[in-house]
Design a protein around this ligand. Structure first.
Ligand SMILES: Cc1ncc(C[n+]2csc(CCOP(=O)(O)OP(=O)(O)O)c2C)c(N)n1
Length: 319
């Protein structure tokens, strides 16, 4: 089904905003303004942007350690996110959680997490909660190829399938789990094939093509909302940076990196929108400049915000 012009532009804007946010995260990390570890989403923007264009504010998402793009695509605030990365009091977790603990319950963002695969059973629980409360909320759960080899993947998806829960499991297969290529960690080609073992649909999609992601997610969300149960979507993608900021990523062959850079999801979508006459060069520039200005503001806000005071160290800390 054709996607309306406004939605196409909105997905493009989301992708550009994520890219510009992450670029600032990378440069601010290098400048020494971000303590702790950060994993950026550059190269994978089409997945969160295409998939979450279907979700309502009250729907849930569960994220992982590479979560900034998921947060922004669900409507998160770049200022509070940047302030959290800077360990400032105005951040999402009052500066005490950092990148991998950001949550925003007001927009259904149930949380990022540093424990690989830990979000999968959480998403199953969110799906169960929606069913028990009789709402038609759906949950989208993002995780990587590495997480698909963790026991929680099996437990979480199996139970969601058995109970026919409204959860969409989205595996962002960027071919590497830190320095381990999928060729060394998987005996199958497509992670989506594992869906058959749970009796649910499994779909492979080009994760560099936002319109393709939008389409498969549309079917999965409709199925989930109508009581049809979960779907496993595998989006083939690539992270353009190292595993974390500071990782040179030298374990990856240059030819592989070059091939994926040619399929930059923002470049591909911009070309497509220009061809469809939904976008003009001027409008693209305007969207980009607005995103740059928004991220300048976010960094300014983070820099100018205070750190938590030493006497507040144990406030709001539960574990
Ligand atoms: C349970 C667990 N095992 C190992 C780690 C260390 N670790 C952090 S990220 C990561 C790789 C994750 O790869 P993937 O799920 O493919 O996500 P990607 O980073 O590629 O987006 C590993 C092994 C961890 N944080 N948690």
């Amino acid at each position: 089904m054709a996607i309306e012009k406004e939605k196409l532009l909105s997905m493009f804007r989301t992708m550009v905003r994520i890219r510009r946010f992450e670029e600032r995260v990378s440069s601010e990390f290098k400048a020494g303004n971000i303590p702790g570890s950060v994993h950026v989403y550059i190269g994978e923007e089409a997945i969160a942007s295409g998939a979450l264009a279907h979700l309502r504010t009250e729907d849930y998402i569960v994220s992982n350690h590479r979560g900034h793009g998921h947060l922004l695509a669900k409507g998160g605030d770049p200022k509070r996110a940047m302030a959290e990365l800077f360990a400032k009091k105005t951040g999402y977790c009052l500066g005490k959680g950092g990148s991998m603990h950001i949550a925003d319950l007001d927009i259904g963002m149930l949380g990022a997490a540093g424990i690989v695969g830990s979000g999968i059973p959480v998403a199953t629980g969110a799906g169960l909660s929606a069913v028990m409360r009789g709402t038609d909320q759906v949950t989208a759960c993002f995780f990587g190829d590495g997480a698909s080899n963790i026991g929680r993947f099996h437990e979480g998806i199996n139970l969601a399938a058995v109970w026919c829960l409204p959860v969409i499991f989205i595996c962002e297969n960027n071919l590497w789990a830190v320095s381990v290529p999928t060729s060394c960690s998987l005996a199958i080609h497509d992670i989506a094939d594992r869906a058959a073992g749970y009796g649910i649909p499994g779909v492979v999609v080009d994760g560099q093509d936002v319109m393709a992601v939008h389409e498969v997610m549309g079917e999965a969300v409709a199925r989930a909302r109508n009581g049809g149960g979960p779907t496993l979507i595998e989006a083939k993608t690539y992270r353009y940076h190292g595993h974390f900021e500071g990782d040179a990523g030298t374990y990856r062959p240059q030819e592989e990196i070059d091939a994926w850079l040619k399929r930059d999801p923002i470049k591909l979508f911009q070309e497509k929108l220009l061809e469809m006459k939904v976008l003009t060069e001027e409008k693209a520039k305007e969207i980009d400049e607005a995103a740059l200005a928004e991220m300048d503001e976010a960094v300014k806000f983070a820099l100018e915000s205070p750190f938590p005071r030493p006497e507040e160290t144990l406030d709001n800390v539960y574990a």
